[in-house]
Unconditional design. Structure first.
Length: 90
């Protein structure tokens, strides 16, 4: 039996995912470059578990103070929780 080739819709979905990820990386980079508070940009990949928890707490405070929108808060919190879950499962 011959193997199936990927369909064009599947390729299009993959391209869409890649484009979305690239745009997200660019937005995150732009946001860290424009950091008005003068704080050091947060590096998710080298952060310890405690630092991830502290970052989530800081984001809650920013959201409560109205400094960030719900969309930004929810997106970043979801990413940080996924990283935290991955770290704890190791």
């Amino acid at each position: 039996m011959a193997t199936r080739r990927t369909t064009s819709s599947k390729r299009e979905r993959e391209r869409s995912k890649q484009a979305k990820a690239a745009a997200k990386r660019e937005r995150r980079q732009d946001r860290s470059d424009e950091d008005e508070t003068g704080t050091v940009a947060f590096d998710e990949n080298s952060a310890t578990t405690e630092e991830l928890i502290e970052r989530i707490a800081a984001m809650h405070e920013q959201f409560d103070a109205g400094e960030i929108t719900f969309e930004v808060f929810d997106e970043e919190k979801t990413e940080l929780m996924a990283l935290l879950t991955a770290r704890l499962s190791e």
